[in-house]
Design a protein around this ligand. Structure first.
Ligand code: AMP
Length: 223
């Protein structure tokens, strides 16, 4: 099963994708993590992506698509995965559909985690990530047990350089200009599920999982 998690920066995509990945036993393919790992290794891909990431702009489609298609060609993605942060443009969505269709596969659902603008800014300013396993924490809503250390692997926690206020604003603008249009793309295919992301982490997770398992009541917007 191939599932996409959509949402503006700070909507909780990474957190929810992590929970879903464990619940559904699917690998999480996070394009932002792949770029950050490439950057840390100073690989050609990382250096290509660097300036875009620092400025909060999207890396060109061609580069993002090549990187993600290469990643999902690995054996762990053969029967499905969770996409986190990809696709982010219509072009990426179309190429992904085409690449999956060539193998007789398709996207099952795209889950859109909706959050108000005030909530994005609040969340991003307190966000810390594990340098090793990328688990996200929040100083107020989900702090680590030991300050500065990851609960899961003991790795060092750090703040993303693109979580500063100016870059966050740019990333939000980019989301609404370039990524929001793909909501309609999945809506037209009857694949879009909209979830209220303003709730707590566990409540959002419960809602996402129950929607995916088809145990949801009529008042959820499943289009
Ligand atoms: P994220 O961790 O998903 O917030 O991504 C961090 C940064 O990586 C973004 O601001 C972009 O510069 C870049 N990036 C991640 N995913 C993509 C994508 N699918 N297309 C283009 N750029 C991306």
């Amino acid at each position: 099963m191939y599932i996409i998690i959509l949402g503006a920066p700070g909507a909780g995509k990474g957190t929810q994708a992590g929970i879903l990945s464990r619940e559904m036993n699917l690998p999480r393919i996070a394009s932002g993590d792949l770029f950050r790992q490439a950057l840390e290794k100073k690989s050609e891909l990382g250096l290509l992506a660097k300036s875009y990431m620092e400025e909060g702009r999207l890396v060109p489609d061609e580069i993002a698509i090549r990187m993600v298609l290469e990643r999902i060609s690995l054996p762990d993605c053969v029967s499905g995965c969770l996409f986190d942060g990809f696709p982010r443009t219509l072009e990426q969505a179309e190429v992904l559909d085409k690449a999956l269709a060539e193998q007789g596969k398709s996207i099952a659902k795209a889950i859109y985690i909706q959050v108000t603008k005030e909530e994005f800014l609040k969340r991003l300013s307190g966000r810390w990530l594990c340098r090793n396993c990328q688990t996200p924490y929040h100083l107020v809503t989900s702090p680590p047990k030991v300050q500065g250390k990851c609960d899961k692997c003991g790795g060092e926690l750090y703040q993303r350089p693109d979580d500063n206020e100016e870059t966050v604003r740019e990333r939000l603008e980019v989301f609404f200009a370039q990524t929001a249009p793909i909501l309609d793309y999945y809506r037209k295919q009857n694949k879009l599920i909209e979830v209220n992301g303003n709730l707590g982490i566990q409540e959002v997770a419960r809602e996402v999982i129950s929607v995916l398992r088809g145990e949801v009541s009529d008042n959820h917007k499943v289009s």
